[in-house]
Design a protein around this ligand. Structure first.
Ligand SMILES: *[C@@H]1O[C@H](CO)[C@@H](O)[C@H](O)[C@H]1NC(C)=O
Length: 197
């Protein structure tokens, strides 16, 4: 009798363990079923795309406070401490006349003594086919090299979004400088309720 009960309990344990295992295996698949941009490796909804930011000195971007040291103002440098503010259009190709789908509003403060790097804060408002809202970024920008900016959050369809935005110079000649902005955005599991509605 005792042996039978022990055997039954052991069998029950095995059944429960198998069920639990099956549930663990099934869960990521079933919860990501309705996601548009399902990433196969970690089950998170994500989206990846690139836009082009156009910044025209004294038109879409202005020096608000002059810097104090280092090289002078050029397409690639600003004196250390320069406070700059911008509201730049973002288009789908490097051509300014291509479709406008975003606006980058923000500020930079020149943070390296060689005048090439700054701390950037920006809110990027996006009107894409499938997603509308804003993404907020903060981080270091290098004026002549690609730099990654962590995404700190978003609004609208980008509520709770995480990831990073890479900016790389495309054209640094003339009054308008162009940067390629690559977005790598990931929605955490708890954002799916709101961002998919
Ligand atoms: C932008 O405006 C500032 C202040 O008026 C001026 O000193 C500077 O030369 C202008 N820059 C260009 C490229 O027009």
């Amino acid at each position: 009798m005792l042996t039978n009960t022990a055997m039954a309990l052991s069998l029950l344990n095995k059944v429960l363990a198998t069920l639990l295992f099956a549930l663990l295996l099934l869960k990521p698949t079933s919860s990501s079923h309705h996601h548009h941009h399902h990433h196969p490796h970690h089950g998170l909804k994500s989206t990846h795309f690139a836009l082009f930011q156009h910044e025209t000195i004294n038109k879409t971007g202005y020096i608000i406070v002059n810097g104090v040291a280092g090289p002078g103002v050029s397409q690639t440098t600003t004196p250390f401490g320069t406070l700059f503010a911008f509201q730049d259009p973002m288009t789908v190709t490097p051509k300014r006349s291509s479709k406008l789908v975003g606006i980058a509003e923000g500020t930079t403060i020149t943070s390296s003594l060689d005048g090439l790097q700054s701390i950037s804060i920006a809110k990027i408002t996006l009107s894409l086919k499938h997603h509308k809202g804003s993404v907020s970024i903060v981080g270091g920008t290098h004026n002549i090299k690609p730099s990654d900016h962590p995404v700190v959050g978003g609004t609208g369809d980008f509520l709770f979004v995480q990831g990073y935005v890479t900016s790389s110079p495309v054209s640094l000649k003339g009054l308008t400088v162009v940067y390629k902005i690559e977005f790598h955005l990931y929605w955490p599991p708890y954002a799916s309720q709101t961002s998919l509605s």
